[in-house]
Ligand binder design. Structure first.
Ligand code: TYD
Length: 206
């Protein structure tokens, strides 16, 4: 099973990815967690260009770099893990590119869809958890973090377009997405994820 977590900055993806990995392991699964951009040596180098390069890569250049990092991650890490029965959890995946470079930057969603397809060889998540939060609140949470980066620093209107993009994608494909209010308690969020996984397992059995 391949599960991705998506959301705007400060939505609590990484803490919930770490929790779900532990929960799945306690329930007898082998789990691999990864993040985008990054997750491989090549990808982590690309990540530092994207998030910390002062040379301001253009939207189009960023798109190509995100896809290059993804291509390496899918080939080197995700596909081999899935093939050996490991549950893979990824902090961001293809939907981030549609949300940020597509809805946010205004690059063609059709082109990004094609590029996602090339980078992943058509691999799509079984479940995508969207942790939805008002960007004002999310960015305020992030301000205290050492991880502040060039994308966080974009204007509020950009982050709002990204958020609305995620919500539009989730509404268009409800079978794959689980949308959760990221301002709810961790306990509530986790109960909803567990309930969704149980439903998914029952559907597969049935
Ligand atoms: P990161 O520090 O990992 O932020 P977060 O904790 O919010 O995931 O930085 C990743 C940034 O890269 C984040 O702002 C979203 C952005 N991004 C894109 O713009 N396009 C993409 O395809 C991906 C994977 C990430």
């Amino acid at each position: 099973m391949f599960i991705t977590f998506e959301g705007t900055e400060g939505s609590g993806k990484s803490i919930n990815v770490a929790w779900l990995a532990e929960w799945l392991e306690e329930h007898g699964h082998q789990v691999l967690t990864t993040r985008e951009p990054g997750g491989t040596e090549v990808g982590e180098k690309i990540r530092s260009i994207l998030l910390h390069c002062t040379g301001s890569p253009s939207a189009q250049t960023s798109l190509l770099l995100f896809e290059a990092a993804r291509s390496q991650l899918v080939e080197e890490v995700i596909r081999p893990a899935l093939a050996s029965g490991v549950v893979v959890l990824s902090d961001r995946f293809t939907d981030s590119t549609l949300a940020y470079q597509g809805y946010g930057e205004g690059l063609s969603l059709g082109h990004i869809g094609m590029m996602n397809n090339i980078a992943t060889g058509g691999l799509t998540p079984d479940l995508t958890v969207l942790l939805d939060i008002d960007p004002r609140e999310g960015l305020a949470r992030r301000l205290d973090s050492a991880e502040w980066n060039a994308i966080d620093a974009r204007e509020l209107a950009f982050h709002e377009k990204v958020r609305n993009g995620f919500l539009a994608m989730a509404a268009a494909e409800p079978a794959r997405w689980l949308v959760l209010d990221a301002t709810e308690s961790l306990q509530y969020i986790r109960e909803r994820i567990v309930a969704r996984l149980a439903l998914w397992q029952n559907e597969r059995k049935g």
